[in-house]
Design a protein around this ligand. Structure first.
Ligand code: ZN
Ligand code: ZN
Length: 392
């Protein structure tokens, strides 16, 4: 059987599944319908085992004819709290929720890969574990690992794909080493003293302190750290006040620090130290008080070189032109990092950027969409990786 030919036969279904999931997005750990759909789909394929994990996750297993190693293929399945602003016919039916990161495509690609791979059961030595992971956007991978997804059977290697709107359609981006950034989330609360905006001299304004913090911490990137190592400090949520003429009691600032460093642990500690010092300095200057809470986010995703070689070989067979297999990494967070820390792994990108099809908007944007013509590449990559690794 020819892999490309079989996948071609399922391409219509692949796109239908992606659209079905796209129109009914569910947030992290609430993916009940999505999870039931996946569970039943794998059961109907005649999987050797299908189980739920961590409430809304699904793990399926194909056992090959002979004993051997176990490869885990992982897709995330959660959506985001975003109001969709596309005009596609299969747009989100649920207001305020949207598959704005492409996890609908990840789930669809892995389901069709499962459908193809069951046909090859007799050619496989070992096992393929399929993980449909909930709540990627809030870093659920550690919960899943604690729930023993990497055991019974023990996972030897793992692989995952991200559809990527910042990489041209038709390209597959694969690199060695760190490919997605480490992440630290923070919440800063600034305490002032409320009052009338006409009498600032008898109040303490937490808003001006916040504004100064937002700008001052940016100098960490340009004045305090080695510019050859990437750092991005961003504020995604700023809250203060109730009316235009009231000085509020407090302000809260939430954001992320993303970084790709050679020494991640030392870098994380240094970043926090610098961040604390600047926030403290601004608060002293503005006579405000503050608290900082850090939420230790993902480590960086680290690709294993032998898994990268395996993925590159599969990619060359998947896309017709070898030049379409490119080096790629990105400074966003991804909880697949937790798997890559404990199992030799590869995480790679399938480009879906096509301005003619309006699929160039960034991930998490209300107009985000996917060039569905590249979904077949994702299926083929999963299938080839599994066959190449387990037929050795
Ligand atoms: Zn995302
Ligand atoms: Zn994502």
């Amino acid at each position: 059987m020819e892999v490309k030919k079989i996948i071609k036969e399922y391409e219509k279904e692949l796109i239908e599944i992606r659209r079905k999931l796209h129109s009914s997005p569910e947030l992290g750990y609430e993916e009940y319908e999505t999870s039931d759909f996946i569970y039943n789909y794998l059961k109907d394929l005649g999987f050797d085992e299908v189980n739920k994990i961590c409430k809304t996750g699904v793990v399926g297993l194909i056992k090959g004819k002979k004993e051997g190693k176990t490869l885990m293929l992982r897709a995330d399945i959660d959506a985001l709290p975003v109001f969709e602003e596309t005009d596609i016919e299969y747009k989100s039916k649920i207001e305020g929720k949207m598959h704005a990161c492409g996890h609908d495509a990840h789930a669809a690609m892995l389901l069709i890969a499962a459908k193809v791979l069951v046909k090859y059961r007799d050619d496989i030595n070992g096992n393929i574990k399929f993980l449909f992971q909930p709540n990627e956007e809030s870093s659920a991978a550690l919960d899943i690992i604690e729930a023993k997804v990497l055991e019974n059977p023990h996972v030897d290697v793992a692989s995952a794909i991200h559809i990527w709107s910042q990489l041209d359609s038709g390209k597959i981006g694969i690199s060695n080493g760190a490919v997605m950034a480490a992440l630290e989330e923070f919440v800063i609360t600034i305490h002032g003293k409320g009052g009338h905006t006409g009498s600032p001299h008898v109040s303490i304004d937490p808003i001006i302190a916040s504004a100064n913090i937002i700008t001052s911490v940016q100098q960490i990137q340009t004045r305090e750290l080695d510019p050859r190592e990437a750092t991005v400090i961003m504020f995604g949520k700023v809250e203060a006040g109730t009316a235009c003429n009231i000085i509020p009691e407090k302000a809260t600032l939430e954001g992320t620090i993303r970084f790709l460093y050679k020494d991640e642990d030392a870098g994380r500690e240094k970043l926090k130290e610098l961040f604390d010092r600047i926030v403290k300095g601004v608060c002293i200057a503005s006579n405000t008080k503050y608290e900082i809470e850090y939420k230790n986010g993902n480590p960086a995703v680290i690709n294993d070189s032998s898994m990268v070689t395996l993925a590159r070989e599969s990619a060359k067979k998947t896309v017709s032109d070898e030049n379409n297999v490119v080096e790629y990494s990105y400074i966003a967070g991804e909880d697949f990092a937790e798997f890559s820390k404990v199992v030799p792994s590869v995480f790679y990108f399938i480009g879906s950027k096509n301005e003619k099809k309006n699929t160039h908007y960034p991930h998490h944007h209300p107009k985000f969409n996917i060039d569905e013509d590249v979904l077949k590449y994702g299926v083929e990559m999963h299938v080839r990786m599994a066959l190449d690794y387990l037929s050795k």
